[in-house]
Design a protein around this ligand. Structure first.
Ligand code: THU
Length: 140
């Protein structure tokens, strides 16, 4: 991806973060998932008073895409930080979200973009952040 496209995708994640529902943690996350067809799917964390029912921003974006029949992805940008603070923190995806990515995304080419501003970003491949992930072959 071109550096400007990386920045743009992160800006979309920042927009998605505006919709975060996080009254319990105060940590707002937004995600912008770029499909190979060019479409972007947005996600935010949606918390619940029964904490385990919370869904992360990344999985919320994947759920939207898969539900609409899209299964081929190039990259995801993630923006996270405490709502009471102005600054973002590098929001690495949690283990469950990494596992969900591994179901649909190519380990060597899928890009995970995160950072503290559109000018301060890091890019990782899925393989880098999820080495030795679990997988099963689908039943023939
Ligand atoms: N969260 C995400 O949205 N994505 C992650 O990968 C890690 C954590 C959310 C869940 C919860 O609403 C808040 O951040 C604090 O854990």
């Amino acid at each position: 991806m071109k550096p400007t496209d990386v920045q743009k995708l992160f800006e979309e994640a920042l927009e998605a973060r505006q919709n975060s529902y996080c009254p319990y943690s105060g940590f707002a996350v937004g995600a912008a998932l770029l499909a190979q067809n060019g479409d972007i799917f947005y996600g935010c964390n949606i918390e619940n008073s029964s904490y385990g029912a919370t869904i992360c921003a990344e999985r919320s974006a994947f759920s939207g895409a898969i539900s609409q029949g899209v299964r081929a992805f190039s990259a995801i940008a993630i923006a996270g930080g405490y709502t009471k603070e102005e600054t973002l923190v590098p929001a690495y995806p949690c283990g469950i979200c990494r596992q969900v990515m591994s179901e649909f995304c190519a380990p060597k080419t899928f890009q995970i973009i995160l950072g503290t501003s559109p000018e301060e970003l890091q890019i990782h491949t899925l393989e880098e952040i999820l080495p030795y992930g679990f997988s099963l072959s689908p039943v023939p």
